[in-house]
Design a protein around this ligand. Structure first.
Ligand code: NAD
Ligand code: IPM
Ligand code: MN
Length: 348
């Protein structure tokens, strides 16, 4: 029997209950579909930082490298550790070190979920560049705390980085409905974004079967609200993809439904799966975190690990659950109730 070794990083706040929920679903799915999941939990978090002075041990990345995949809850507890410390100490280094350059985020309504829009039949796959661009971390501050202070943060776009994420987008579009929307802001940002547009145009010659269109980020934000059905695969830079995918989460009913996969397409290192949402300090102790986004992310993980049947079964169980009105409205059901409903739907 095939065993998948999974590193579990619950992190902070609602990260713990949503990872617990997803793990129960994974274990049950594994039993039914004839494979095994072997989970190792790492307590790396803001709590860990308070105790040790770092978000993960110095050899944390090397430890994770030995796993088949990583399932992460959420990182951040801003009341006690600045976000710029916690995220740059755990989540962002993993994405970069393991070259998880494609951040994949599906946006569609599960049955029974009422989104804020009139549109109901959209099915968008956002692909966010995940290792460079605006989040490269290149910059600095001088004359700190004085009137002459300067802060510089430079976006870095490399030909390798832009070409590989666009190619990934073209491939996904080819496997779906054949439409790719590339998002930039090349009317205002005349170097990096013009570069991105040029590479899009160059690659489009290799994918004559894919209908490609370029949009500016502001227009894309409006389109996702006004005409989401017109979109299939959307590819964007790190910052633009970050913002568009919270918008995507909103139109699919909220952050409790938005799943994501940080993929290393070359499989030279583990990929990481996590909900789009954060640690939700405002509801962290109420037992009402929606685990659906994380369970959906776990299904994406199984797909990546070659367990397509198991992944399909989890999606069907999620759909059966929301179709019954369970987990569809914020606070309507407790985390445990939603999890139990998904587990029993897996039996059906
Ligand atoms: P957030 O996603 O944690 O919360 C935004 C709002 O959505 C809150 O009102 C929250 O209650 C609600 N929400 C989020 N997930 C939910 C769920 N599963 N069920 C029900 N409601 C849910 O964003 P934030 O408040 O901006 O950030 C809180 C912390 O999380 C910060 O430290 C931030 O940096 C961090 N963060 C981490 C990640 C990550 O680890 N991937 C992502 C986003 C934010
Ligand atoms: C996300 C999050 C992270 C990001 C933050 C917490 C650094 O917002 O996964 O979308 O921007 O990548
Ligand atoms: Mn985000």
């Amino acid at each position: 029997m095939k065993t998948h070794r999974i590193a579990l990083i619950p992190g902070d706040g609602i990260g713990t209950p949503v990872i617990d929920a997803a793990w129960q679903v994974l274990e049950k799915t594994a039993k039914t579909y004839g494979f095994a999941v072997d989970g190792t939990t790492f307590p790396w978090s803001c709590d860990f930082y308070r105790k040790t002075g770092s978000m993960m041990p110095a050899d944390g990345i090397e430890t994770l490298r030995g796993f088949d995949a990583i399932l992460l809850g959420a990182v951040g507890w801003p009341a006690e550790v600045p976000d710029s410390v916690s995220l740059h100490g755990l989540l962002l280094p993993i994405r970069k070190a393991f070259v998880q350059y494609a951040n994949i985020r599906p946006h569609r309504l599960l049955p029974g979920v009422e989104g804020p829009l009139k549109a109901e039949n959209f099915d968008i796959l956002c692909i966010r560049e995940n290792t460079e661009g605006e989040y490269s971390g290149a910059g600095g501050r001088v004359h700190q705390g004085t009137a002459d202070e300067v802060a510089v943060e430079t976006s870095i776009f490399t030909r390798t980085g832009v070409e590989r994420i666009l190619r990934y987008g073209f491939e996904q579009a080819r496997a779906r409905r054949g439409k790719l929307a590339s998002v930039t802001k090349s009317n205002a940002q005349k170097y990096s974004m013009v570069f991105w547009d040029e590479i899009t145009a160059k690659l489009s010659a290799e994918y004559p079967d894919v209908q490609v269109a370029s949009y500016h980020i502001d227009a894309m934000a409006a389109r996702m609200v006004m005409a989401p059905e017109s979109l299939d695969v959307v590819v964007a830079s790190n910052l633009f993809g970050d913002i568009l995918t919270d918008l995507g989460a909103a139109i699919q009913g909220g952050l409790g439904f938005a799943a994501s996969a940080n993929i290393n397409p070359d499989r030279s290192a583990p990929s990481m799966f996590e909900p789009v949402h954060g640690s939700a300090p405002d509801i962290a102790h109420l037992g009402i975190a929606n685990p659906i986004a994380t369970i959906w992310s776990a299904a994406m993980m199984l797909d990546h690990l070659g367990e397509a049947e198991g992944a399909k079964a989890i999606m069907a169980a999620l759909e059966a659950t929301t179709a019954r009105g369970i987990g569809t409205l914020p606070g309507r059901n407790k985390t445990d109730e939603i999890t139990h409903a998904v587990l029993s739907a897996l039996d059906a």
